[in-house]
Design a protein around this ligand. Structure first.
Ligand code: HEM
Length: 409
C-alpha cells in the first residue's frame, strides 16, 4: 500500500479552506515543506474538496501535456465570470482546432505590428514625479488594451468599468456582473462589426469572435498589470535593468519570482498515475508556477531577484512556466512581453527611483504586490548615469525597502 500523501497542518473542521481564504501562498509553502520532508514534491489539500498539488517538472509535464486526461472544465477558472468562457473553458478535442484559429493573431511577428500603437499609448500615459507602480501599471495596461483591441485613443469607459471588479479582493472578482457584461458585449459587438484597422478587433472579427475577445481581455489585464508593477519596482532599484540589453532578462526574472498565474487547476478525466501519485477520476489537480519557480532543487537562490540568471542560463525544462506550457500555453505571452518591453523602452532614458513600498506577493485571482509601490520618474540627472547609479540605489534600498517574508527584494 502507498503511504498517504503529505499535507500541511489543517483544521479538523474546515481542513485547509480557512487558511486558503486568508493566505493561500502560505498554505502552498507549508505544503511544499511537508512534501520535501517526505522526499516528494506532491501534497494534498482539503479545500471544499480534496485537491492534489504538485510542482515538479514531471508533474507539470504530465498535467499540462495531456489535455485528454487533465481537463480545464471543472477547474477553478470556471468560478470566475471573466474566465468562464471561450478557449479557457474549451477542452480536448475541440481545444486544438480552436487554438489553431486564434494562434496566428498572437504570434511574435503579429505582435510586432502592435508595437507602434502600444508605444503611443504608453508615451501618453507616462507618469511624472511620484507615482504608485501598481495603480499606474493597471492604468497603462487598460490604455494599451483599449488601443490595441478596440482602436481607442483613450481608455474605453465600458472596458474600464468592466475590468474594475478584477482588481478587488476575493471574492469580488467571482461575483456575477450581468449589467457590466451586457454593456461589454454590446461594446465588443460594435467593435467586431466595424473593426478599427490594425486593431485586434479585426483579428477577432475574422477568427474567434466575441467570447474569445472578451476572455483574452480579461486574461491579459491583471496578469500583465501586476507583473509590470513588479518589473518597474525592481528596475527602480537597479537602473542597469533599464539598459535595453537587460530588458529581456528582467522581464523573465520578474515572471519567475512573481508568476501572476500562481496556480492553475485541472480535473482528471480518468484514473491516472503521475509522478508516483495515484489520481482518481474526477480529482481536482493543481500545478503551481509559484512553487516550481521557488523550488531550490530547480533554481539557485530561488527567492532572490537575479535577472542575470537569464543572461546566459537556460530555464529547466517544465521548471519555468509563467505562461503555463504545452498546448494551453498562454495565448497572450508575446503580447505581454511586448507591452512590458515597450514600457521599459519608454523610460530607459529617464531616471526611475524607488521611494518605498512592499513587494511581497499576495495571491488573489492573480498574484499581486502587497503594495503600495511608490516610485519616482524624472528626466535623467546628467550626473547620475546608468554606470554609477546601482551602488547609490542599493544603499538607499537597504534603508527604505521593507523586507519581504521570503526575502524577495
Ligand atoms: C504577464 C502576463 C500574463 C501571464 C503571467 C499569463 C499567464 C497565463 C497562464 C499561466 C495561462 C494558463 C492557465 C491554465 O491553463 O492553467 C494563461 C492562459 C491564457 N492567457 Fe495568459 N497570461 C498573461 C497575459 C495574457 C495576455 C496579455 C493575454 C491576451 C492578450 C492572455 C490570454 C490568455 C488566454 C486566452 C489563455 C488561455 C489559453 C488556453 O487555454 O488555450 N494572457 N495565461
Amino acid at each position: 500500500m502507498k503511504a498517504p500523501l503529505p499535507s500541511p497542518p489543517r483544521s479538523p473542521l474546515v481542513g485547509h479552506l480557512g487558511q486558503w481564504g486568508i493566505n493561500p501562498l502560505g498554505v502552498l509553502e507549508k505544503g511544499a515543506l511537508a512534501a520535501r520532508a517526505s522526499g516528494v514534491s506532491t501534497f494534498e489539500l482539503k479545500l471544499w474538496r480534496r485537491a492534489l498539488v504538485g510542482y515538479s517538472p514531471e508533474w507539470n509535464r504530465g498535467v499540462l501535456g495531456d489535455l485528454e486526461t487533465f481537463r480545464s472544465r471543472g477547474g477553478l477558472s470556471e468560478l470566475s465570470p471573466y474566465l468562464n468562457a471561450g478557449i479557457v473553458q474549451t477542452d480536448a478535442p475541440e481545444h486544438r482546432p480552436q487554438r489553431k484559429i486564434l494562434n496566428p493573431g498572437f504570434t511574435k511577428s503579429a505582435m510586432n505590428d502592435l508595437h507602434t500603437g502600444m508605444a503611443t499609448s504608453i508615451e501618453r500615459s507616462l507618469p511624472r514625479g511620484d507615482f504608485d507602480a501598481i495603480e499606474w501599471a493597471s492604468t497603462v495596461v487598460r490604455a494599451v488594451l483599449s488601443s490595441t483591441f478596440l482602436g481607442s485613443e483613450v481608455i474605453d469607459p465600458v472596458l474600464d468599468r468592466w475590468l474594475g471588479p478584477m482588481e478587488q479582493p476575493l471574492p469580488i472578482p467571482f461575483l456575477p456582473r450581468p449589467i457590466r457584461f451586457r454593456a461589454m458585449n454590446v461594446r465588443l459587438e460594435a467593435a467586431l462589426a466595424d473593426p478599427p484597422p490594425g486593431s485586434l478587433a479585426q483579428t477577432f472579427a475574422a477568427h474567434g469572435g466575441l467570447a474569445e475577445m472578451r476572455v483574452a481581455l480579461a486574461a491579459g489585464y491583471d496578469t500583465t498589470a501586476h507583473t509590470l508593477a513588479w518589473l518597474l519596482a525592481h528596475a527602480a532599484q537597479d537602473p542597469s535593468l533599464l539598459d535595453p540589453s537587460r530588458h529581456d532578462s528582467a522581464i523573465k526574472e520578474t515572471l519567475r519570482l512573481y508568476p501572476a498565474g500562481w496556480t492553475g487547476s485541472r480535473r482528471a478525466n480518468k484514473d491516472v498515475t503521475l509522478d508516483g501519485v495515484d489520481i482518481p477520476k474526477g480529482e481536482l489537480v493543481l500545478y503551481s508556477p509559484y512553487l516550481t519557480h521557488r523550488d531550490p532543487h530547480l533554481w539557485d537562490n530561488p527567492t532572490a531577484y537575479l535577472p542575470e540568471r537569464f543572461d546566459t542560463g537556460k530555464a529547466p525544462a517544465w521548471g519555468y512556466l509563467p505562461f503555463a506550457a504545452g498546448e494551453r500555453t498562454c495565448l497572450g505571452r508575446h503580447y505581454a512581453h511586448l507591452l512590458m518591453r515597450t514600457v521599459l523602452e519608454a523610460i530607459q532614458s529617464q531616471t526611475l527611483r524607488f521611494v518605498d513600498g512592499d513587494l511581497s506577493p499576495r495571491a488573489g485571482v492573480t498574484l499581486r504586490p502587497a503594495g503600495p509601490l511608490h516610485l519616482h520618474l524624472s528626466h535623467r540627472d546628467p550626473d547620475l548615469t546608468h554606470r554609477n547609479a546601482p551602488r547609490h540605489y542599493a544603499a538607499e534600498r537597504s534603508v527604505r525597502l521593507r523586507a519581504t517574508p521570503e526575502g524577495a527584494s
